[in-house]
Design a binder for this molecule. Structure first.
Ligand code: PLP
Length: 410
C-alpha cells in the first residue's frame, strides 16, 4: 500500500514566473532576486529527490503523528440535522496545528541548502512556535521577528519559542504587528543570505513560497481523500476550511481541485462585520493588489494603502490572501464566505460542548460556517471540515470575551 504521507509534488504548478492566472509572481527588490532564485532552484530540485521525500515522510509520521484522524462528529451532526459532519483533525498534529507540516519541510530544505540559520516572522506566535520546534529538532539556529504589540498579546507563545531555543526579536516599526515583522525578517535574510534561510508561514510571498507551502501542506488533502474513500466508500461533497493566508485551506483543497463535484469553501474572518471596516475578509472587502511580494486580493484603500484589519483570531488577521485562492475564486472552482467574531465564538463553544473538542478560534470560523450550511443539506451529504488547530491557546481570550458564562449552559 502506498503511504499517503509520502509527498507527491509537481502536480499543479504555477507558470514559470510563479503565476496562478493573473495572481502570484515575484515582486521583490533587487537585493532579494538572487536569494529567491536560489531558493526556487533548491526547492524544485529537492521535491524530486526521493531521499528528501522519504525523510520528510518519516518525520511527518513519527514526529508530527501523521496521518491525523478523519473523525465523524456524530453529536454535532445530530444537532444540526443535515449533512454528515466529518472533521480532519489537524488539531492533533504535534504543536497543535497544521503549521508544523510546512515548518518541518522548509527546515529540512534549509538544512539541505547548507543554511544553518533560520529567520521567520510570526503574528500570533503559532508559526514562530512551529518554526522554533523544527529548528530544535534539526539543530538549526532560529530567530523569530514579532511586533511588540503581538508580543504583549501572545506572551505565552514568546516564552514557548524561547524555551525551544529560539531568539525572539521585537519589532517596533510601523503598526508593530505581523506586516512589520515580515519586513524585518526579509531585511535580515538579505543581509545574511549566505547562511540564512527565510521560513515563511503561509501560501503568501514571492514565488516559490505559495507553491512550496501548498505542496508541504497538501499531505492534509491526500490523507483526507484516502481516509474518506476508505471510511465512506466515496469522495466528500463539501470541504470547508478557514482562510488566513490560506495554507490549511490550500492543503486540504489541493487533492480535490480536479474533482469538480467536490465543493470547496474558504471562510475568511468577518471581524465586527464588513460594513464596520474592522475585518479581514479580503474577498468581501478587498481588491487585486500587491503586498509583500505577491499579487493577490488585498484590503486597501483607493490609493493602494493597506488597511488595518481585525479578527477575534490572530491567525486570520492579515490584509492579503494567498494568490492561488484568488485564482480558484476567479475560475469559480472555490467559493469564499466570511464569519464574524460572534459567530466564530459560538462555533468554538458548540464544538466544545457537543464533541469535547476545543477548536482554535481560526478553525472556529470553519465550524461556524458549517453550522449554517449543514442544515440546508441532505443527510446523504458528506461535509468535511479542516480543523486546522486546537483551541488551548485561545481559552484565555475566550474567557475574557464571554466571562464565566462560557462555563454554563445556554
Ligand atoms: C495560522 C493558523 C491559521 C491561518 O493560516 P492559514 O495559512 O490560512 O492556514 C488557521 N488555523 C490555525 C490553527 C492557525 O494556527
Amino acid at each position: 500500500m502506498t503511504n499517503v504521507s509520502t509527498p507527491v509534488f509537481g502536480a499543479r504548478d504555477p507558470d514559470a514566473r510563479g503565476y496562478f492566472g493573473p495572481y502570484g509572481g515575484r515582486f521583490v527588490p533587487e537585493t532579494l532576486v538572487a536569494p529567491v532564485e536560489e531558493l526556487e532552484r533548491a526547492y524544485l530540485s529537492v521535491r524530486q529527490d526521493p531521499a528528501f521525500r522519504d525523510e520528510l515522510a518519516r518525520l511527518l509520521r513519527d514526529y508530527v503523528g501523521r496521518p491525523t484522524p478523519l473523525y465523524e462528529a456524530r453529536r454535532l451532526t445530530a444537532g444540526l440535522a443535515g449533512a454528515r459532519i466529518v472533521l480532519k483533525r489537524e488539531d492533533l498534529a504535534h504543536t497543535g496545528a497544521h503549521k508544523i507540516n510546512n515548518a518541518l519541510g522548509q527546515a529540512l530544505l534549509a538544512q539541505r541548502m547548507g543554511k544553518r540559520r533560520i529567520v521567520a516572522e510570526t503574528g500570533a506566535g503559532q508559526h514562530g512556535v512551529a518554526t522554533a520546534t523544527a529548528c530544535a529538532l534539526l539543530g538549526l539556529e532560529c530567530r523569530v521577528y514579532m511586533g511588540v504589540d503581538d508580543m504583549a498579546r501572545q506572551s505565552l507563545n514568546v516564552f514557548r519559542m524561547r524555551v525551544l531555543g529560539a531568539e525572539v526579536i521585537e519589532v517596533n516599526a510601523g503598526s508593530r504587528t505581523l506586516k512589520d515583522a515580515i519586513n524585518e525578517a526579509m531585511r535580515d535574510w538579505v543581509t545574511n543570505v549566505t547562511d540564512t534561510y527565510y521560513l515563511l508561514g503561509s501560501v503568501l510571498g514571492p514565488h516559490p513560497y505559495p507553491l512550496m507551502v501548498r505542496e508541504l501542506q497538501s499531505v492534509i488533502g491526500r490523507e483526507t481523500r484516502a481516509q474518506c474513500l476508505d471510511q465512506f466508500g466515496r469522495l466528500p461533497d463539501v470541504i470547508v476550511a478557514c482562510v488566513g493566508g490560506g495554507s490549511n485551506a490550500m492543503g486540504i483543497f489541493d487533492a480535490f481541485v480536479a474533482d469538480r463535484a467536490v465543493r470547496l469553501i474558504g471562510v475568511e474572518a468577518g471581524g465586527r462585520g464588513i460594513r464596520s471596516g474592522e475585518h479581514a475578509a479580503r474577498f468581501a472587502g478587498g481588491s487585486a493588489g500587491i503586498l509583500q511580494g505577491t499579487r493577490s486580493y488585498v484590503l486597501q484603500d483607493a490609493d493602494g494603502n493597506v488597511e488595518l484589519t481585525h479578527s477575534i483570531s490572530a491567525g486570520l488577521d492579515y490584509a492579503a490572501v494567498g494568490p492561488e485562492h484568488a485564482w480558484l475564486r476567479d475560475q469559480g472552482r472555490a467559493e469564499y464566505t466570511w464569519i464574524d467574531d460572534d459567530a466564530a465564538l459560538a462555533g468554538f463553544q458548540r464544538l466544545a460542548r457537543e464533541e469535547g473538542i476545543l477548536p482554535a478560534l481560526e478553525s472556529s470560523h470553519a465550524i461556524a460556517h458549517t453550522c449554517r450550511l449543514a442544515p440546508t443539506l441532505g443527510p446523504d451529504t458528506i461535509l468535511i471540515v479542516n480543523l486546522s488547530g486546537r483551541g488551548d491557546k485561545d481559552v484565555q481570550s475566550v474567557q475574557q470575551m464571554v466571562g464565566e458564562s462560557a462555563g454554563t449552559a445556554r
